[in-house]
Design a protein around this ligand. Structure first.
Ligand code: C2E
Ligand code: CA
Ligand code: CA
Ligand code: CA
Length: 275
């Protein structure tokens, strides 16, 4: 029994150690990637259902490794967050996204994801203001996407920063709405400009009548609070039709375009409808 116990502990130690080693190795690689400027930004269109035109793009970070190809954010954002490197990675994304969006001829918004730690960080408002100044992007063309969990815990800092960003003219969107607890309570604590309905709801739309009811009531809520609603993860014509019938005005998903390095059309104004 003693031997088994010892063996048990050794197995655990070994697994833990290798996990820690992997994490540490990835941290080093992320530092290298920052130094070599290997983070790139992909853009996914956000469609206006009424006009069928693109009204903006969401910026989604990718790590382009010279030998290993494109690494998805889920594989490095958590380590960037736990090591604090997210601040530097996030600033690069903001810089690139604002720089690109400033070249989109007829305007349109660019939506950038910020991790909770970024929203709570001291100086984040000044950094974003500086980036807007340097790139010449008007503040109202930048939208910050924050998960509702950002208002948990050290909420006073987050709230103060979101208020200050809003005062600058930057738009604030609540991401992944419906996946956390007491989403409705959060809505009354901060005046969001937009709610993004999580794609897990959209995915169940055709099979589950209850989900359709939930989505319809979120859209109704948005209307009464004067908050824009975007549904994410729209993959089928059927989902689009149901969302349109429920009164949803903006949609995003593979049906309209996957995230890509080059934007399809920059504008919300002049060109032909794409849907
Ligand atoms: P998110 O903000 O919810 O972004 C939407 C994710 O859904 C993206 O995954 C996008 O590629 C994917 N998606 C879009 N349309 C569809 C669809 O029709 N069907 C399905 N199944 N998926 C769709 P991605 O790019 O891998 O990003 C994953 C997450 O990583 C994001 O989720 C966001 O939380 C985080 N992330 C991405 N870029 C950044 C960033 O620059 N900073 C921070 N802090 N987080 C980021
Ligand atoms: Ca997002
Ligand atoms: Ca989302
Ligand atoms: Ca999501």
């Amino acid at each position: 029994a003693k031997q088994e116990g010892r063996r048990g502990i050794r197995v655990f130690d070994t697994e833990l150690q290798s996990e820690v080693r992997r994490g540490a190795a990835l941290e080093q690689e992320l530092r290298e990637a920052l130094r070599k400027d290997e983070f790139v930004v992909f853009y996914q269109p956000q469609m206006d259902l009424a006009s069928g035109k693109i009204r903006g793009y969401e910026a989604l970070v990718r790590w382009e490794r010279p030998d290993a190809g494109i690494v998805q954010p889920m594989e490095f954002i958590p380590v960037a967050e736990s090591t604090g490197l997210i601040h530097e990675v996030g600033e690069r994304v903001l810089q690139r996204a604002c720089q690109d969006a400033a070249t989109w001829l007829d305007g349109g918004t660019v939506a950038v994801n910020l991790s909770p730690a970024q929203i709570r960080a001291e100086g984040v408002v000044e950094r974003i203001a500086r980036i807007l100044g340097e790139t010449g992007l008007p503040p109202e063309r930048l939208e910050i996407e924050v998960p509702e969990s950002v208002l948990l815990g050290q909420a006073p800092d987050a709230l103060a920063n979101l208020d200050a960003l809003k005062a600058l003219g930057v738009r604030i969107a609540m991401d992944d709405f419906g996946t956390g607890y007491s989403s409705l309570a959060y809505l009354t604590r901060f005046p969001f400009d937009k709610i993004k309905i999580d794609r897990s709801f959209v995915a169940q739309l055709s099979e589950d009548a209850g989900v359709a009811t939930i989505i319809a009531s979120i859209i109704g809520l948005g209307r009464s609070l004067s908050v824009d609603i975007t549904a994410e993860g729209v993959e089928t014509q059927e989902q689009m039709t149901m969302l349109r019938a429920a009164g949803c005005r903006t949609v995003q998903g593979f049906l309209f375009g996957a995230p890509s390095r080059e934007i399809k059309e920059p504008v919300a104004g002049s060109e032909e409808p794409v849907i």
